[in-house]
Design a binder for this molecule. Structure first.
Ligand code: GDP
Ligand code: MN
Length: 378
């Protein structure tokens, strides 16, 4: 889950990281009211994407009228393809230097890595591409966390002004702490600003939290913006169905087991079809869970056919078949459905489907071919 900058700053401030004074606004009038308190300020579009500065999503304004006009120019309009629903209005900083500071999980070292550079700001990607040696790295031992001398060394390696080092090290320590505490996968401050008076402040904040940890991050789960999610995925999420929509597809896929479902997507693709979704019904596959799965898959108006791929292990084929029949009998389904079944009691299961509107298939390849053919015939 990505957090908006204003949400990330709230989390950072809670950990004692200095952030500019400011507030989120959803209307130009709100932006104007906030600007009246602040005086000279920045109006920043809140979207889940970086590079807003270069795209016109960060405006420095001198009066509250200018703040309103800037907010009007952003709210309800797209920025880098995303509609802006909120702006952040904060005090403008007197910037002396723009630094870069972040923590990520590094796959190579399998550890959290802190990165720092004195070349922060809107061109950090270019710095990373052309002069990567200007970005200092600290691989962190999670058993100890970053030690103070390591952070001081990182600050020196990054080329930070020694006078700013104390402030930067303090922020770095807190950034790591909040990263661990919130199960983040990324926590980035760019720019970390040194003001003309020598104060160190997080002027921007980027923050991603591992979705799999949200169950134990109740305080962050409230930031989840369903409006940003696909409508059907949001429904599925609420009903506890393991579903991912695949835009542009027209073959609905339902299977038991994530690996089986993924290989089914590949198989449909190999046979020239376009899968519309991933859906794992999990073990058991009761009539109830099959009905839930089908209703989610069929919410997508592009779906022209549905393929069930069931592998019976502990799950019995005949029970799944009965579940499918029960579910289908209570629903008004207009698209062809093909069922492939293997494993425990598969034969019995397929026998049950005879005479039903479902087409049984002996193997996975045959099932993929059949569903594509039936879906496109109509
Ligand atoms: P991003 O482009 O989406 O990463 O947005 P940032 O918050 O990083 O802002 C982009 C740039 O705006 C910064 O790198 C600054 O150079 C510039 N800027 C100018 N004045 C200010 C200010 O008072 N606050 C902030 N945050 N940025 C400012
Ligand atoms: Mn930035």
């Amino acid at each position: 889950m990505k957090l908006y900058e204003f949400q990330a700053k709230e989390v950072f401030a809670g950990e004692g990281i200095p952030v500019p004074r400011g507030q989120m606004a959803s209307t130009p009038a709100e932006a104007e009211a906030i600007a009246r308190e602040l005086g000279r300020c920045v109006v920043k579009a809140q979207v889940h994407v970086g590079g807003r500065g270069k795209a016109g999503g960060v405006k420095v304004v001198n009066t509250r009228e200018e703040a309103r006009v800037a907010a009007e120019g952003m709210l309800g309009k797209p920025l880098k393809g995303l509609i802006v629903h909120h702006v952040l209005v904060e005090e403008a900083l007197q910037i002396a230097s723009e630094y870069y500071l972040s923590v990520i999980i590094d796959r190579t070292s399998k550890r959290p890595v802190m990165m720092a550079s004195a070349m922060g700001g809107v061109d950090i990607e270019e710095v990373a591409a052309t002069t990567p040696e200007r970005i200092a790295r600290l691989v962190i031992d999670p058993a100890y966390g970053p030690l103070d001398f390591e952070l001081r060394k990182l600050s020196a390696d990054a080329g930070f002004d020694p006078r700013a080092s104390r402030g930067v090290v303090d922020i770095a320590r807190r950034l790591y702490r909040v990263f661990v505490r919130t199960d983040a996968s990324l926590a980035e401050i760019n720019p970390l600003v040194v003001t003309d008076r020598g104060a160190v402040i997080a002027a921007d904040a980027k923050f991603d939290v591992d979705d799999n940890a949200l169950y134990r991050q109740q305080a962050l789960a409230r930031f989840r913006e369903e409006s940003e999610e696909d409508e059907i995925e949001a429904q599925a999420h609420r009903r506890g169905v393991n579903y991912v929509r695949l835009p542009g597809g027209d073959i609905g896929i339902i299977g038991n087991g994530a690996g089986l479902v993924m290989s089914t997507l590949d198989l449909v693709t190999r046979h020239g079809g376009k899968p519309a979704n991933f859906l794992d019904v999990g073990g058991g596959a009761s009539a109830e869970s099959v009905r839930e799965a089908l209703s989610i898959v069929l919410m997508d108006p592009n779906v022209k056919g549905v393929l069930f791929n069931i592998f019976g292990g502990i799950t019995r084929g005949d029970l799944v078949a009965q579940g499918i029949l029960d579910a289908v009998s209570t629903m008004d389904i207009k698209v062809p459905m093909v069922v492939r079944m293997a494993g425990t009691r598969a034969k019995e299961g397929l026998a049950l489907l005879e005479g039903s509107p479902l087409t049984p298939a002996a193997g996975p390849a045959e099932a993929a071919e059949r569903v594509i053919e039936l879906a496109h015939k109509r």
